[in-house]
Write a protein that binds this ligand. Structure first.
Ligand code: SAH
Length: 291
């Protein structure tokens, strides 16, 4: 189902008040409402309402009515959100993807890597992460830059999917690497991909939702965590993620759209992780944070 985001800005108190009213009015339809700081300088907040795209006109009317009954006359904008297809389509004919030194390719393209490339072979399968998505490629770009600058000792790839980011880290560092995913199918795909890339011995795989597995304690804290999930889970994980990051550590977050930046940065800043850099690829955003 495609989603459309309806949005408007208002001063903080007003935004919080309207968001609460909308949340009550729209709860029955399961329509999420969110209010986050949009602009630090003006302390303006943005209220977002996520509706099914086919209901955009109806929802716009309904929300305009609710707002005007409360004496608010905000101009409501709307944007269709990109559809995220977590089920990998068949990518047999897709070309290799380059991100810094990394070249992600399928087994039909074994000759693609050139001298100096760090080749990662991933075939389309039941887990996300062939490199063709802007979030994966964006993470690889940022990972490449981080790994060039510094030696990391303990790396976590949270939401490893196909294992592509863990394999990239294994091929370019001596670090101890843990790769976790909430989905057991992803973990078995990632294990197989690690074997295909001769990195199985370097990566420890774990099925876990967030940090809820006692085996994390054997590793913690990590000096590099990369998590390409989505804004919702990343926001929910901010506290745990910050706790498992060592002092002076690095965090790479992706699965984010540019309009989600202020909200995610604010949540992580509260946990002591500050924004170091922002990277865009194919409309998706990857954030680099440090503490
Ligand atoms: N790291 C890969 C895959 C990203 S897709 C890449 O960059 O391409 C996101 C993955 O996160 C999915 O495999 C999904 O199962 C997993 N995931 C989603 N929520 C999670 C959570 N709370 N804890 C752990 N993994 C999660």
């Amino acid at each position: 189902m495609r989603q459309t985001r309806l949005f408007f800005t208002a001063p903080q108190d007003e935004a919080a008040e309207i968001a609460a009213i909308l949340e009550d009015a729209l709860a029955e339809q399961g329509v999420p409402v969110a209010a986050f700081e949009a602009d630090e300088a003006t302390s303006n907040w943005e209220v977002s309402i996520y509706v099914p795209s086919q209901d955009t006109d109806n929802s716009l009317n309904r929300i305009t009515k609710i707002l005007s009954s409360q004496g608010h006359t905000h101009q409501i904008g709307h944007e269709a959100l990109p559809q995220i297809d977590w089920v990998t389509a068949t990518l047999r004919d897709m070309p290799p993807v380059r991100a810094g030194r990394f070249l992600v390719h399928g087994s039909h393209d074994l000759n693609a890597p050139k001298a100096g490339d760090i080749a990662i072979r991933i075939d389309a399968g039941q887990a996300f992460g062939t490199g063709h998505h802007g979030t994966t490629a964006g993470c690889l770009d940022v990972l490449n830059a981080c790994l060039k600058r510094r030696n990391y000792r303990k790396v976590l790839d949270l939401g490893t999917g196909s294992g592509v980011l863990a394999i990239a880290a294994a091929k370019s560092t001596n670090a101890c690497i843990l790769a976790s995913d909430i989905d057991p199918v992803a973990i078995s795909v990632a294990r197989e991909n690690a074997r295909n890339n001769r990195q199985a011995a370097r990566i420890d795989f774990l099925v876990a939702s967030g940090f809820s597995n006692h085996r994390f304690s054997a590793y913690e804290p990590f000096d590099l965590i990369v998590a390409n999930i989505l804004a919702g889970p990343l926001q929910a994980l901010s506290r745990d993620l910050a706790r498992h990051t060592t002092r002076g550590g690095t965090v790479i977050l992706s699965g984010l759209l540019p309009h989600q930046k202020a909200r995610i940065v604010a949540h992580y800043r509260l946990q002591g992780l500050r924004l170091v850099g922002t990277h865009h690829r194919d409309g998706w955003m990857t954030l680099l944070l440090g503490n």
